[in-house]
Ligand binder design. Structure first.
Ligand code: PMP
Length: 436
């Protein structure tokens, strides 16, 4: 891809370290994309790619769906992307989300998943008057310092870039994934030291290089939160409106106190974030110029928060998902892809494990790499770092080989499917994977 390569080299002169979407997504060097349509992407050199990146998760309907684009263009023509004033779509989107997400009574659109995680943490601290937050090792809750660097258990593979390992921040603690006993020990320990404000989890399991959560895990976490008076925060940035219109909370039938949104909530358009939850907690979240001084509130805002373009795109994306049962369709594509990939791995006796949770397909190095990075006991830093390096190298090679074959993945280890991927598209992809 000579044109892409030339532009990427030029970008390094002006953008520190090169372009934003570089290592994690595109090996061996970033490709410059110029067109996206349904199940396909096209680069500057005119090459087509099968899209299993889905913009990093948001595009459940496929790339650039007409139903959403039409409405976004109409809004741009009528009032431009951002008014700085209330627009009816903020209400329409909030209502649609409250009507569909089981635990959400109130919803506020925000700028990004990362900011929304911080909003949830602030609300939990104000509502409980406690400080400590417990998160799960290997989980990803955005790039805000407190969540990224408050980690002792290293992230694997694609999140190595976020900096590992660093000391705990004073009030952010971590437990091993899927280890309910460790969580209870931590909650009990905190009880004598001011208590725990909240436990935050990714309900489908930590994002980076781990195995899925046991089916009862979220229910057990809920019960422990109730026992120790901590709020339960679900980070549904990936899962909301992808696992289904009711998110992972509907799937597991577990009601969190607060839910963090991102990605699909704005249909792949900019400024995708939000916080939802029970009224008794959401009342601690202040609006832009909230004059209510009766209780101390967490201030959130931002010039672009809840701008009309993201709200209109989010509303019509969710509406389309509802009307066409798109999550189920994307899930079917995920099932077909995961099954086919697993067969290919077996055919060539490759050491990978493929598993999927509907439209979220994981490709992991099996055996020691798959399990040990986060789960080795006793855990040692040199060992973990070694495992991470091996895994990262393997995944980089995989990602590069896929790109060369015309398949875009998230760092060679995660593949998102969409409703635009028919059986024929998945079969086309599997034929390409077989040739890699
Ligand atoms: N939480 C999870 C589970 C995520 O996957 C992400 C983004 N990949 C975030 C939070 C952060 O969201 P954003 O990138 O919109 O800041």
């Amino acid at each position: 891809c000579p044109k892409s390569k030339a532009m990427i080299d030029r970008a390094k002169e002006y953008i520190p370290g090169g372009v934003q979407h570089n290592l994690a997504f595109n090996y061996p060097y970033p490709i410059v994309f110029t067109k996206a349509e349904g199940a396909y992407l096209y680069d500057l050199d005119g090459n087509p790619y099968l899209d299993f990146l889905q913009a990093g998760g948001p595009t459940v309907l496929g790339s650039n769906p007409e139903e959403v684009r039409k409405e976004a263009v109409a809004l741009l023509e009528s009032c431009g992307p951002s008014t700085g004033l209330f627009h009816e779509y903020e209400l329409k989107l909030a209502q649609l989300i409250c009507e569909n997400m089981p635990s959400v009574e109130k919803f506020r659109m925000l700028n990004s998943g990362s900011e929304s995680v911080i909003a949830a943490v602030r609300v939990a601290r104000l509502a409980t008057k406690k400080k400590k937050i417990i998160k799960v090792g290997g989980a990803y809750h955005g790039w805000m310092d407190q969540m990224v660097y408050g980690t002792r258990i290293p992230r694997t593979g694609r999140f190595e870039a976020h900096g590992i390992p660093k000391a705990y921040t004073k009030h952010t603690q971590e437990v091993y994934p899927n280890d309910i006993k460790a969580l209870e020990r931590k909650l009990r320990f905190n009880k004598l030291r001011g208590g725990t404000a909240a436990v935050i989890v990714e309900p489908l399991g930590p994002e980076s290089g781990t195995r899925p959560v046991p089916i009862n895990y979220n229910k057990q976490v809920r019960a422990l939160c109730d026992k120790y008076g901590a709020l339960l925060i679900f980070d549904e940035v990936v899962t909301a409106f992808r696992v289904g219109m009711q998110g992972a909370q509907g799937y597991f039938d577990v009601m969190p106190d607060l839910t963090v949104f991102g990605k699909v909530v704005a249909g792949g358009y900019p400024s995708a974030g939000g916080l939802g939850g029970k009224n008794e907690y959401m009342r601690y979240l202040a609006a832009g110029l909230d004059g209510d001084k009766k209780i101390k509130k967490a201030k959130v805002g931002g010039t672009m928060a809840a701008n009309p373009l993201s709200c209109v795109a989010g509303y019509h994306t969710l509406k389309q998902i509802l009307d066409t049962d798109a999550c189920a369709q994307a899930g079917k594509a995920g099932d077909r892809l995961a099954k086919g990939l697993q067969e290919i791995m077996q055919k060539y006796q490759l050491p990978y494990v493929v598993y999927n949770q509907g439209s979220i397909v994981h490709l992991e190095t099996s055996g020691v790499l798959f399990v040990d990075v986060n789960f080795a006991k006793p855990w040692t830093l040199p060992n973990a770092l070694k495992q991470i390096k091996i895994r990262k190298d393997v995944m980089e090679q995989m990602g590069a080989a896929f790109m060369a074959a015309g398949i875009v993945t998230l760092a060679g280890s995660r593949l998102y499917t969409s409703a635009a991927q028919t059986d024929a598209v998945i079969d086309e992809a599997l034929a390409k994977f077989d040739g890699v």
